[in-house]
Design a protein around this ligand. Structure first.
Ligand code: FES
Length: 193
């Protein structure tokens, strides 16, 4: 069975299969919702407001209860990466505006660039000198902190580490409620319990 999905206000719409996550549905319709934590339920950048069809969706996950306030939940917000379409029907969704959710790293960068552009020249120069000093200090500290054994183990270590991390990340992306496993508690989960 299929589901008719429409995104407002831009009006893009289309059909997706049951079992599709809202984030994937958006992507299939050509809409790239931000996903700062890469779908692990650890931010709110992928939040959408469900305007119609809330009953077609999976129940709230622990991540959604942690990340979205009671007011936001009451307004129909869901985390697109955590919400699966479970029944056929019509869905109308609206991405939460950037001003009402956490900024992504890219948005923060854009804000800083804009702020920098607006600075008078003398302030720009002072800021650049300060940044240069911070970068040099951090680079030196990072090199000093790396243990010598890391270099000795060589490229294999780096490759295996990268593979294991990618595996963990893939598994961590799905809500525990949907895979029947016990999802590792996030820092936010721990502080809220
Ligand atoms: S991308 Fe971070 S919660 Fe969905």
């Amino acid at each position: 069975m299929s589901v008719n999905v429409e995104f407002v206000p831009d009006g893009r719409h289309g059909v997706v299969a049951e079992g599709t996550y809202l984030w994937d549905a958006a992507k299939r319709l050509g809409l790239r919702l931000p996903a700062e934590c890469e779908g692990r339920g650890e931010c709110d950048t992928c939040a959408v407001i469900v305007r119609e069809g809330a009953t077609l969706l999976s129940g709230l996950t622990g991540a959604e209860r942690t990340r979205l306030s009671p007011e936001r939940l009451a307004a129909g917000e869901r985390l697109a990466c955590q919400t699966k379409i479970e029944r056929a029907g019509d869905l109308v969704l609206e991405p939460v505006p950037a001003t009402e959710r956490q900024e992504t790293a890219e948005e923060v960068k854009q804000d800083l660039r804009a702020e920098f552009r607006e600075m008078p020249l003398t302030q720009k120069l002072a800021t650049l000198v300060e940044l240069e000093a911070i970068a040099a200090t951090q680079t030196f500290k990072a090199i000093a902190d790396v243990p010598a054994s890391f270099f000795e183990k060589g490229l294999d270590y780096v490759v295996n580490f990268g593979r294991a991390r990618a595996r963990r990340e893939r598994q961590a992306r799905r809500p525990a409620e949907h895979v029947g496993g016990v999802k590792k508690k996030t820092e936010a989960d721990k502080s809220s319990s």
